[in-house]
Design a protein around this ligand. Structure first.
Ligand SMILES: [Zn+2]
Length: 77
């Protein structure tokens, strides 16, 4: 039988291979769609009292995506 997951935001059930299942350091989160995932993590960012520990990660990731974007732009030219 396929593993069933349940979206923590809307409660919708989904099977393994669909949706998003994030498991890290004893924390387990399941989202049926990117919309629910975005909704949840937007709240995490706004409602966390201390985001200093993820600040560096966010900076690193935005820089990484910027580089990917500039590489893509060069290819088009
Ligand atoms: Zn959902």
């Amino acid at each position: 039988m396929a593993i069933k997951h349940k979206c923590v935001v809307c409660g919708k059930e989904f099977y393994d291979g669909q949706g998003y299942v994030i498991s890290r350091s004893g924390m387990h989160l399941e989202f049926h769609s990117s919309r629910c995932l975005a909704k949840f993590f937007t709240r995490v960012l706004f409602e966390s009292s201390d985001v200093s520990c993820i600040n560096e990660t966010i900076k690193k990731l935005t820089k990484e995506y910027e580089e990917i974007q500039s590489k893509k732009a060069k290819k088009i030219e």
